[in-house]
Ligand binder design. Sequence first.
Ligand code: HEM
Length: 235
Amino acid sequence: MHLFYCLTRRALLQSNTRPHLAATVTDAELQVVCLDLLQAGMETVSNTAVFLALHCMRDEDVQMRLHREIDDVIGERVPQLADRGRMVYTEAVILEALRISSVAAVGIPHMAVQDAQLGSYIIPRGTFILLALHDLHNGPQWEDPHVFNPERFISNSGKLISPDSFLPFGCGRRRCIGEALARSELFLFLTHLLQSFHLETPPGDPQPSTDPVNGVTLSAKPFRAVFKPRATGFN
Ligand code: HEM
């Protein structure tokens, strides 16, 4: 945490674009921002990354299609964020993992600042509110909600779509500020990983379970994986 704080302070001091920030942001404010970024941004992304690997191991067809897209678009060079626009299937796999394994299961607590009405529900001022995002993403509004199916995020014309019931990063003024960073990290994680390896369940082990372990964020139950180097890098 201290290292992160020092690096952020130095970046502010060296910033050419917003030099006034270095003078106006207090140490306490900067420490809280660093804590926010570390707490909200690390476990969420790393737990989602583990679920991504888990879903690839459980579904050979998904993993094969990812390998194919990585080989076609990226080949043997280092994956770049600029590749994202041409990798619709990979992006859809990330969205499907964010849906079915919603690690921020109840979002971040909010409080009603005034009396409100939502449909037929009266919400008195001061009510503590949690977003049931995991339930929203695994409920009956989705076709076969318990099936890992990235195609649900791809339109007939081959474009990415975002259904109304899909809110992994919340909504409104307090929605996640880290969405772009998280999605970039997950893209680079998945493409780097599957460019080099084929993930398998060790012989004799059961398939990894999709049932989450409860916590501040949901995580996967421990499982073992074989990282099999891809001989040629191409299927
Ligand atoms: C897979 C990764 C992530 C998921 C699923 C996720 C999800 C969420 C959700 C559901 C909320 C609550 C939004 C609401 O109340 O409407 C939230 C808030 C927040 N997230 Fe993320 N997040 C992720 C990654 C990150 C990253 C990488 C960062 C920062 C580096 C971050 C920083 C924050 C912060 C600071 C808030 C509070 C925003 C506010 O209250 O104004 N998150 N996130």
